[in-house]
Design a protein around this ligand. Sequence first.
Ligand code: 5AD
Ligand code: SF4
Length: 446
Amino acid sequence: MIKYFYIESYGCQMNIYDNEIIITILTNNNFIYVENIYKADLILINTCAIREKAEKTIYNRLLFLNSIKKNKILGLIGCMANRIDYKYFFKKKLLNFIIGPDKYRLLPNIIKSLNDNRYSYNVILSNDENYNDIIPNKLYSNNKVSSFVTISRGCDNICTFCVVPFTRGREKNKSPISILNECKKLYDLGYKEVILLGQNVNSYLWNEKSFIKKNIINKKKSINFTNLLEMIAKSLPNMRIRFSTSNPQDMSIDVIKIIKKYNNICKYIHLPFQSGSNRILKLMKRKYTRLEYINLVDKIKNIIPDCSLSYDIITGFCSETNKDHIDTLNLMKYVKFDFGYMFCYSHRKGTYAYKKFKDNVPINIKKYRLKEIIKLQRKHSFYRLKKYINTIQEVLIEGISKKNKNYWYGRNSQNSIIVFPKKNYNIGDLVNVKIINNTSATLIGI
Ligand code: 5AD
Ligand code: SF4
């Protein structure tokens, strides 16, 4: 009989949150969560499919887990579920079951009904699974200061490079009441920060009749992301609020004004632009132009001058020329982002780009362009951090600095990492820190 389960997770913040949902579902059904893989009867591997590298890592891990698993049951869940060649994996006895991100409620029954000769597979994407009623159990969470709260799942955009709409399905929003209850519960547990998660938080929409965005007809009578942010900020004035990801085309002036209005909403926006070239943006089916993106950044900086900004960039998308790449570098130079996340393009089976375009930028060029972007970002990060010198920053202490155990590390509202001497402060405290120095990634204060 399976009793003890272990779970490991790959990929984005959404998967970390999903782990908590899964732990809650299983522990509510009398399974026991263990942090030591060797003590488990069941190993769950929560997967990511966004780039080829992630998938390769997971395939290697699966082989390793098979080498140590003995009589343990092995289940693959998450974004790779509906991409994996399940017949092969079952035939080779490498996996016992595969369950997609919308079917976690089935886990207890699936596990109970497994026996040596049975395999289970359910990767159906649902239009109505938002796990609205499940408030994650935080007992096993390592971070007791900051917590993710998923507000929407899936994505209704179809960027041509992206597998998310196929691995996680259509956008499904959680009810504002359920989100607020979850935030309140976290506050009662002592959490000081929530990070609202969605593939596209700014397109959040919910009303009494539907939580499936595509079915909502009367937008005026619905609750949008601005309303949701304000509701949480007002109800929990001592809770810091962050959110990710914002897609440029859905970022409204109203949201920017609400960020400005409430002290507890962090002044930081993650605003992926992917490419600075209009030609590439069009091929990617992103719904904004370079100029629209620049205008949006100008508006944000106008309303909230101290707002920090970050991006995602893909280098070497199909047919990207050096001129397109220079457009990307120039856009970076214009904005001088505080942070950035940059990736080499990975041609993902099932996407529009995979079907219609050639992955024709050689890997060495993708990597070279990536290097240039990283180098430029380092310069911009240094420039942005330098501006904090001699200022006082309000820092939420998250833990002990990795480099010096006598220092805390934490973040300011703008999401910059700040380290400073511990003194008598504690994890979870909000403290004023004077910034005295910086590297390209960290602020040093007293
Ligand atoms: N190749 C490289 N990067 C990708 N991303 C999404 N799909 C791909 C892909 N096929 C990046 C995008 C996105 C981030 C989460 O991952 O930049 O914003
Ligand atoms: Fe993927 Fe585009 Fe949706 Fe982001 S907005 S998850 S890149 S399809």
